[in-house]
Each structure stands twice: as structure tokens, then as C-alpha cells.
Ligand binder design. Structure first.
Ligand code: 7RM
Length: 652
């Protein structure tokens, strides 16, 4: 769980209710709670009718014959329909005045800006799509994308989608090793990358990591490299590596979008599960298009004239759904920023909001907590008057952070949408509709229309109000994951076996007397560190791959900034002694194996790990130890721990 017990208690007592202003409600897509409930009930009674009404707002090359084919746990949506999400994000708008509307407004960390209109974005996507085709990339191929936050990342995704190649975006903060695993799991044919990007005033090189990964990636035939940082030390491998600017130099800017089956694989996105091996979450075209389109429209109450900004990295699902596909399929103007929130100063975000007159702002609680720490003088230097709606995603938001966001950023007039969803769900599942739903700090409130959720026991029985249980989704939804890439069995096992007949999200939750959901955090071995998912097993396998380490256990401990911090307990090989140097070495080792985001915050060396009789590491106990002690010294003898462990064992 992401919050200490005291926080949960404060959340239980939370009684403040914030309703949207009547002006906001009157102008909103969904204008009242009664209207939300009416739509919700209609959708619950006839989900297929509801989703097909929405699907008709998009363009289809051929209509579907059947809305849903559900063979638990395998779903097909809009069966027989043909469409292309790149067509819906681009071509559809070119027939209207949106042709010259800004699709992407981009600012690089060093300060340069670029504005791509829908027509310009369409042209760049077509050109790059033609370049991909000219290099042998075909419909059905997998393409890995490892890029900084530049427009070419969105262009690369849309170009893949246009020709029916399945993209697998790997967050630029992941290591060469993590990239290699993802490329090999998806058997990708090509990589699209850049020489590097900018982060906190530094160049973050990417191509060298690609080179390192590709030493062990037999399926990769082509590498496309965008020149972003003008890095002079990049090496290009003859016959394999191509500069982006070269491959688009002589191609046509016309590229017909492939007419793809509704269930054509759109993308794979890897996420951490309960085991060491990341899962390739597979999303397909039709259902994902429909859910991301309508959630963007209703949750963000998107209007034609809005400038919308989601601060996520496109390497995460939030960036896929709410920087690229959702906003663009709505014909919105989506702001994209390359760098860090505190570069050159901790007011970069507020500066961008005023500079581009951002109306809708969507960020993570961990970012809000960092802003609180940096001090209120930074937002106070800016007007922020253009804002009319705020959102959060990624982890539970503590009421204190919610209130700060509401007061200092929203000036007490912007509704806040706390949106719960996952890589697996593809789109927002639990959320207020800003003109309709009264909000309570810390609650994601109610499910989106068409989404049937519950809090249940292990056996699948609903629990009473205000009793904790497992969060489940009871009916299929269009943007649900279709499988774990290449592993149907694991898909079944992971999501559909735990609780009979339901999709099990891995989160604990409770529902209050208003029917509002309160997410309590993960109940499995998944950590949520600054809104990033990490599995304890993944960190443990990284640690034990170091020659000095015999055994390792990773747990989360509550952290005021990151939500959870990574605490690890390590036993060493044959009599080795722990030292500060070794701690540093292990941190770097984990960064190399996974990425800097997984670096342990606390490392404790110990002689033994507390285990149950059956040999399971007693994580609950380690969590308590990790959370309890202020000093992060070595636990050279786990004497006191093992005494406790024995007590626990006896309880077993
Ligand atoms: C979008 C995203 C998913 C996990 C999920 C939760 C946690 C996400 C909220 C939240 C409380 C929220 N995808 N989570 N949103 N917890 N309130 N509004 O984050 O796949 O990376 O993570 O994140 O535990 O299961 S994700």
C-alpha cells in the first residue's frame, strides 16, 4: 500500500465535498450527476448499445458485424469492423477547418518550440510511414520505439499504426538491458530511436543504449535514428542504422492508411507484474480507439478551443492514451514537453501553462508532492488563470496534496479529476466527470459509463460499504488488454483466475456509502514508485545477478514524495562484508539492469532473510522493518527480526 496507516485513517474521515461551479456544469459535456447516472445506467443495461453509439463517432472503413464476442477471458470488440487509428487521429480532421489547427505544441527542455498542425502532422506521419515501408517494415511487424519526448515519438507511433505495424514503446529511462528484453520478447524487426534527448540540462544519450541492446537482439533488421542532440559520438552501423532525416528525404508525403481489422494489434506496452519478467500488454485497434476517444472527451470535458496538457512520458500508458491517441482522435491541441519539471527552475510547468495558455492539466500526485516541497512561491509567480480543469493519475492522491493542487494551481475554481486506470485497462476506468460528479479529496469517485466495477472478497462476493476488498471489473470493456503478448496462459492466470469470473486489477479498494471508490494501493508484489510500476521480483532478480549477492528481498516503504520507496534486504556471498561502496555498486547495478527509476533507496545487508516454513520471504515483516526505522543502517544480524519472524511463523 502506498500510504501509511495514518493516511488511510485521514482518508476514512475525509468529508469535504467539492462540486463544480454551475458555470462549469452548464458548459460541460455531461452537465449533472443525474445525467451521469442516467448515462451510466443506460450503459450498464445495454453496454453493447452504449459502446457502439460511441464507436459511430469515429470513422470506420467498414462497419462491424458484432459489437462484442466474449469468450471469457478473451474479448473481440467491433468484430469485422475495419478502421485505422492514425486515420482517425489525422485524416478525419483534415476535411474540416481543423486542418490548420495545432495538433501538437511541443517545447524542448532547452526552450525551443514547435507547433505541428494536423495537416503538418499528417504529412510527417505519412512520410515516415513510407520510409518504414521502404525499409521492409510491414503490417504485423513489431517495432520498438525508444525515444525522448519529441514530436517524432508521436510521429513514429502514428506511422506504425498507419501501416499496421505494432509498436512497442520503451520508456527512454529504461536501461539497454531492459530494452533488449522487451525487443526480444516482442521479436521486433526495427528500432526507432534518437541520438539522445535533454533532461535537467544534460544530454541523455539513447543510441548507445540501443547499440548495447542490439548485441543480443537477432530479430532487429533496421534502426532509425532521429538527430535531436547533435551528438557527434554516435556510431551508425552500415546497412542497419539509418538517419531519420535521410530516410524521409525522398519519400512521398502521401500514404494511404491500412484498413485494419478492429482486432489488429495496435501496440504492446510492457509493465511490471508480480514476477521478474515484465508483461507485454497487448492492445488492439478498434476498442482502444473508442475508449480513449470518449474518455478524453468526457473526463477532460474537452472543447474545440482547449489547450490540453498531460505531463506523462509517452513511454507510459498515460502518454499513449492521453497525449497521443485520445487527444488527437478528438482533434484536440495537445502540449508535449520534453524535460524535467524543475529545469531550469521549479516553475517550468507553471511557466509553460501561462506561455501556452493551457486550459486542462493532467499530472501525477508524485509531481504535486514535489511541487509542494519546492515551495508555493514558484506557482505564485504565475497567473495560471487559463486553467479550467485539473487531473491526476498514477497513484492515490493524499488529501493534503489534493488541497494544495486545488488551492494553488486550481485557484479553488477548477474541478479535479482523480482518474484510476492501468496499462491493462487502456483507458480511464474510475473518475469524476468534471461537470457532473462532486469530488472528495482522495477518491477517484465513480466508474466511467460502460464500466462495471466492484470491491469483492477472494471468492468474488461484494463486500459491504466501507469494507476493504479486491478491486475488480465485472464486464469486458473495449480498451481491455487482449492478452499478454505471446502468453495467453499467463494472461488467464494473472488477471482472470484470482477471482472467479472477474478481471482482477491487483489493487485493494473500498467503496463508501456514496458509491465512491477509494483505491488503497496494490495488494500484490507490485510497487508504485513515483507513479511507476515496479515488481519486487524484478528488482530482486537484478540484485542477485550481481556476483556479491546471495539473496535479496525488495519491499516498498511509504515515502512522502514518491508514494513508495524501494527498500532492499541483501545477504552476501560467502562471508563478504557489506560497505557503502558496495551499496553504491548495487544501486548502479540495478540501474543498469532495469533503469534508474528502480534504484533502491535503502539497502540493508543482513545475515539472513526472515522466511516462512515453506521458504517464502516474509515481506510483510520486511515492510514493517523498512517503514519503521529511521536510521538506514546495516542489519548485520537479523536477530530481532528473526525473533519476530518466528512469532509470525507461529501465527501462520
Ligand atoms: C495509468 C497508470 C496502474 C496502477 C494501478 C494503481 C495505481 C493508477 C490511480 C492509482 C490510485 C489512482 N497505469 N493507480 N491511478 N491508484 N488512484 N487515480 O498508472 O499500469 O502504470 O499503473 O497504478 O495501483 O493498479 S499503470
Amino acid at each position: 500500500m502506498s500510504h501509511p496507516a495514518s493516511d488511510i485513517t485521514s482518508v476514512l474521515k475525509e468529508g469535504r465535498v467539492f462540486s463544480p461551479s454551475s458555470e462549469f456544469s452548464q458548459n460541460a459535456h455531461i452537465k449533472s450527476f443525474a445525467e451521469y447516472e442516467e448515462i451510466y445506467n443506460r450503459a450498464a443495461n445495454d453496454p453493447e448499445g452504449f459502446w457502439s453509439e460511441i464507436a459511430k463517432e469515429l470513422e470506420w472503413f467498414s462497419p462491424w458485424e458484432k459489437v462484442l464476442d466474449w469468450q471469457l477471458p478473451f474479448a473481440k470488440w467491433f468484430v469485422g469492423g475495419k478502421l485505422n487509428i492514425s486515420h482517425n487521429c489525422l485524416d478525419r480532421h483534415l476535411k474540416t477547418w481543423r486542418k490548420n489547427k495545432a495538433a501538437i505544441i511541443w517545447e524542448g527542455e532547452p526552450g525551443e518550440s514547435r507547433i505541428l498542425t494536423y495537416q503538418a502532422l499528417h504529412r510527417e506521419v505519412c512520410r515516415f510511414a513510407n520510409a518504414l515501408k521502404a525499409h521492409g517494415i510491414e503490417k504485423g511487424d513489431r517495432v520498438a520505439i525508444y525515444m525522448p519526448m519529441i514530436p517524432e515519438l508521436a510521429i513514429a507511433m502514428l506511422a506504425c499504426a498507419r501501416i499496421g505495424a505494432t509498436h512497442s514503446v520503451v520508456f527512454g529511462g529504461f536501461s539497454a538491458n531492459a530494452l533488449k528484453d522487451r525487443i526480444n520478447d516482442a521479436q521486433a524487426k526495427a528500432v526507432i530511436t534518437a541520438d539522445g534527448g535533454y533532461r535537467r540540462g544534460q544530454e541523455l544519450p539513447l543510441k548507445p543504449a540501443v547499440d548495447e541492446a542490439l548485441e543480443d537482439c537477432p530479430t532487429i533488421k533496421q534502426v532509425f535514428v532521429y538527430r535531436r542532440t547533435n551528438n557527434q559520438f554516435i556510431t551508425m552501423k552500415e546497412g542497419r542504422d539509418h538517419w531519420w532525416h535521410d530516410v524521409v528525404a525522398n519519400v512521398s508525403d502521401h500514404c494511404e492508411a491500412e484498413q485494419l481489422d478492429s482486432e489488429h494489434p495496435l501496440f504492446i506496452l510492457y509493465t511490471s507484474g508480480t514476477t521478474g519478467k515484465p508483461k507485454g500488454i497487448l492492445h488492439t485497434t478498434g476498442g482502444y480507439s473508442v475508449s480513449t476517444y470518449i474518455t478524453t472527451k468526457w473526463v477532460f470535458d474537452l472543447k474545440e478551443e482547449d489547450t490540453y496538457w498531460c505531463t506523462a512520458d509517452i513511454g507510459w500508458v498515460t502518454g499513449h492514451s492521453y497525449i497521443v491517441y485520445g487527444p488527437l482522435s478528438n482533434g484536440a491541441t495537445s502540449l508535449m514537453y520534453e524535460g524535467a519539471p524543475n529545469w531550469p527552475y521549479p516553475d517550468r510547468f507553471w511557466n509553460l501553462i501561462d506561455k501556452y495558455q493551457v486550459n486542462i492539466f493532467y499530472t501525477a500526485p508524485t509531481a504535486i508532492r514535489a511541487f509542494i516541497k519546492w515551495g508555493e512561491e514558484w506557482p505564485k509567480r504565475h497567473s495560471l488563470a487559463s486553467l479550467r480543469l485539473l487531473g491526476t493519475v498514477g497513484e492515490p492522491i493524499n488529501p493534503e496534496a489534493w488541497m494544495w493542487y486545488h488551492k494553488l494551481i486550481g485557484k479553488e475554481k477548477c474541478p479535479i479529476v482523480d482518474t484510476w486506470w492501468q496499462t491493462e485497462t487502456g483507458a480511464i476506468m474510475i473518475t469524476p466527470l468534471p461537470g457532473a460528479t462532486p469530488t472528495v479529496p482522495g477518491s477517484a469517485t465513480r466508474p466511467f459509463p460502460g464500466i462495471i466495477m466492484d470491491v469483492v472478497t477472494k471468492k468474488g462476493e461484494s463486500v459491504p460499504d466501507n469494507v476493504g476488498g479486491y478491486l475488480v471489473i465485472k464486464k469486458p470493456w473495449p480498451s481491455m488488454l487482449r492478452t499478454i503478448y505471446g502468453d495467453d496462459e499467463r494472461y488467464k492466470q494473472q488477471y482472470w483466475s484470482e477471482i472467479p469470473g472477474c478481471y482482477f486489477a491487483g489493487d485493494g479498494a473500498r467503496r463508501d456509502e456514496r458509491g465512491y471508490f477509494w483505491i488503497m494501493g496494490r495488494v500484490d508484489d507490485v510497487l508504485n514508485v513515483s507513479g511507476h510500476r515496479l515488481s519486487t521480483m524484478e528488482i530482486e532478480s537484478a540484485l542477485v545477478s550481481h556476483p556479491a549477492v546471495a539473496e535479496a528481498a525488495a519491499v516498498g516503504r511509504p515515502d512522502p514524495l514518491k508514494g513508495e520507496a524501494v527498500a532492499v534486504f541483501v545477504t552476501l556471498e560467502g562471508g563478504r562484508k557489506g560497505s557503502e561502496d558496495l551499496k553504491q555498486e548495487l544501486r548502479e547495478h540495478v540501474a543498469k539492469e532495469i533503469g534508474a527509476l528502480a534504484k533502491p533507496d535503502d539497502i540493508r545487508f543482513t545475515d539472513a532473510l526472515p522466511k516462512t516454513r515453506s521458504g517464502k520471504i516474509m515481506r510483510r515483516l520486511l515492510r514493517e522493518i523498512a517503514a519503521g526505522s529511521e536510521t538506514i543502517g546495516d542489519t548485520t544480524t537479523l536477530e530481532d527480526i528473526s525473533i519476530l519472524a518466528k512469532l509470525r511463523e507461529d501465527e501462520e
